[in-house]
Write a protein of this length. Structure first.
Ligand code: FMN
Length: 442
């Protein structure tokens, strides 16, 4: 396999006290970080010092869980609305991309097109939209529904939702706003395009009341892992988030998605795949392992069990079963790729209920010295298992500071990562082309 000469792309997952579910309890983490803007600002500054491509913030449009006993043992009950947080961070950063999550299941396309176009202008071309169809079914209860929209229907809606949003972003030619004081013409009406969309889910006339975004349109991010999710990602995504547990699986996914993108007539290089990874780093491997275990030991069993039940299907009660025994017969739950993966993992490795929830809660840990982490990144990148990583820092701020001070220089020395940002926009830094306006004549 020829050695790659392009650079790794790196995202930092902004997660309150840290990505580890028990992070808020650990002495290295800040327990009251969730709504502390100074905390997020400091992380953003560190990420930018490390030349990260982007910050990423996830979202659930509900209290993240309705089992309050379990929820009360986590820091998940409060979090900023992503576009609001990213707008504030846009003002205190200069280079780093800002990836905010918004669901297509409980939103309207006009709102989303407008908000992300605004963030792109506010940030000088650094906005990205993580398009999700909502994994947490509780969201339905906040939007006039008794049940979550069915998985297949969610993706059908998402396909059309995306097309409408993208159409709205093309409402104006790039040079539509002439603002000619002498003629009195503010914009050229010939460069304004009305979408007039009438589809199965949406009727949207347009145009958008925001000029074409600096990036043409914000970078599109997607993380679907089901067939429908992968199809949508291959058609529209420019960045893909995914979680893998082994190199071979990651390589197969990479090849599959890039081939699907080519089938859609796209250049596969214009779609970057970033698996999530949780680095636990210390001077020695033993210390790193001990650090990981400190975090795992802080997971309350009530919370761990709930996490597992949520993944397997909302209504499953596992409390009657022996924690150190196997899972009961295949439980019935909402169809979804995450659930299937977890069931497969339990079967393959013969895990007890406790081992399974610890595995789930532990995320995707990468445990070792800074050189181990750099070796692993290099191996995955060079063997075409990924184009970079979405780093799930287990605790903040120490984990990202350590990574920037100790791992980034190794990646740079090996020619795997930038020393300076290549451009001004997220697109330029990711090596993605600026899309043409579909309506433009010029
Ligand atoms: C890194 C990462 C971040 C995600 N962030 C969110 C999120 O913020 N909100 C959400 O509802 N789903 C989120 N998801 C879930 C995906 O959008 C998707 O629903 C999930 O991967 C399952 O795929 P499927 O729906 O195609 O089965 C995320 C997934 C990954 C891998």
């Amino acid at each position: 396999m020829t050695r790659r000469t392009d650079h790794l792309k790196l995202g930092a997952f902004l997660a309150n006290s840290g990505h580890h579910i028990a992070a808020w309890r650990h002495p290295l983490a800040q327990a009251d970080a969730s709504l502390d803007f100074e905390h997020f600002k400091a992380i953003a500054e560190t990420a930018e010092r490390g030349k990260f491509d982007a910050l990423f913030v996830a979202d659930v449009v509900a209290l993240w869980g309705h089992h309050h006993d379990a929820l009360s043992r986590s820091a998940r009950a409060e979090h900023f609305e992503p576009l609001t947080l990213m707008s504030a961070l846009a003002a205190v950063t200069r280079h780093i991309g800002l990836i905010a999550t918004a669901t297509t299941s409980y939103n309207e396309p006009y709102h989303i097109a407008r908000k992300f176009a605004s963030l792109d202008h506010l940030s000088g071309g650094r906005a990205a939209w993580n398009l999700v169809t909502s994994v947490v079914s509780d969201e339905a209860w906040n939007f006039g529904r008794e049940n979550h929209i069915d998985h297949g229907d969610r993706y059908q809606r998402a396909e059309e939702f995306h097309d409408v949003v993208k159409g709205l972003w093309d409402s104006w030619d790039d040079d539509a706003f002439v603002r000619d004081k002498s003629s009195g013409q503010y914009f050229d009406p010939g460069k304004l395009h009305t979408l007039n969309h009438h589809g199965e889910h949406f009727s949207v006339r347009g145009p958008l009341n925001v000029a074409r975004p600096p990036q043409g349109h914000p970078v599109l991010v997607q993380a679907g892992a089901s067939e429908a999710g992968k199809t949508l990602a291959a058609r529209v995504a420019e960045l893909i988030f995914v979680v893998h547990h082994d190199l071979a699986g990651a390589q197969a996914f990479y090849q599959d998605i890039k081939a699907r993108a080519a089938d859609f007539g796209r250049n596969p290089d214009h779609l970057k795949i970033l698996p999530g990874v949780t680095p636990f780093i210390a001077e020695t491997r033993e210390q790193a392992q001990a650090l990981f275990e400190e975090f795992q030991a802080l997971i309350d069993p009530v919370l761990g069990l709930r996490l597992l039940a949520d993944t397997l299907g909302d209504d499953i009660d596992l409390s009657a079963y022996d924690l150190d025994g196997p899972l009961p017969e295949t439980p019935v739950g909402q169809r979804g790729s995450r659930r299937d993966k977890v069931l497969e993992l339990a079967r393959k490795e013969n895990l007890s209920i406790r081992q399974l929830y610890l595995r789930l809660a532990g995320g995707n840990p990468l445990i070792g010295t800074p050189a181990d982490i750099a070796d692993s990144f290099e191996a995955w990148f060079q063997s075409r298992a990924c184009d970079g990583f979405n780093v799930f820092f287990p605790y903040y701020p120490g984990a990202i500071e350590g990574f920037v001070d100790q791992v980034i220089p190794l990646l740079q020395e090996r020619g795997l990562f930038r020393r300076e940002y290549e451009g001004r926009t997220l697109r330029e830094n990711l090596g993605l082309p600026r899309p043409a306006n579909r309506f433009s004549r010029s």
